[in-house]
Design a binder for this molecule. Structure first.
Ligand code: GNR
Ligand code: NI
Length: 172
């Protein structure tokens, strides 16, 4: 079992675009395993590879409530192929922006195409927390954070707080 440290705002890597996975092999699966273990350890309901410093289009999600009946989902090269007109608001958090929660409005439902853990083509329709989470994770693959969906005032306040915290860390 491997748990890796999670990159924290304002790490510049979080703003980079991740690259498509060309071949799904045992190395890809080992990375997904590490991402899943890191997500459960955090704990979080989703994780994009960039959050552990790997710029590949890989996502893991588990929105199930029960720790004893885990339902991990593994997404390779996920792509949104449809989003509903209907929107929904959810109070989002991010493991890369600790202890910060803000309401974000996104399409309430979406369809996502991806390759699964075995490299097989899949397409699923998402709603509720899963729809919110997969959109949050695909944003990460494009260097986008939930902050970017907030007002400039809120985004700047939060960003400055994390820049300051990093500065304090380097002098202590
Ligand atoms: O653990 C997480 N919780 C969460 C709550 C609401 C909306 C999105 C998320 S994802 C987040 C984990 C994370 O940062 N994934 O990138
Ligand atoms: Ni996140």
């Amino acid at each position: 079992m491997t748990v890796l440290p999670i990159l924290i705002l304002p790490d510049a890597k979080l703003r980079l675009k991740s690259q498509a996975v060309k071949v799904v092999d045992d190395k890809t699966r080992a990375l997904l395993d590490t991402m899943r273990e890191t997500m459960y350890d955090a704990p979080g309901i989703g994780l994009a590879a960039v959050q552990i410093g790997v710029l590949q289009r890989l996502v893991v999600i588990d929105v199930s409530r029960d720790e004893d009946a885990r339902q991990p989902l593994h997404f390779i090269n996920p792509k949104i192929v449809w989003q509903s007109e209907e929107l929904s608001k959810y109070e989002e958090g991010c493991l890369s922006i600790p202890e910060t929660y803000e309401e974000v409005e996104r399409p309430a439902q979406c369809r996502v195409k991806f390759l699964d853990y075995d490299g097989k083509d899949q397409e699923i329709e998402c709603d509720g927390l899963l729809a919110t989470c997969i959109q949050h994770e695909i944003d990460h693959l494009n260097g986008v954070l939930f902050l970017d969906h907030l007002s400039r005032l809120k985004r700047d306040r939060i960003t400055k707080k994390f820049i300051k915290a990093k500065r304090q860390e380097s002098v202590s």
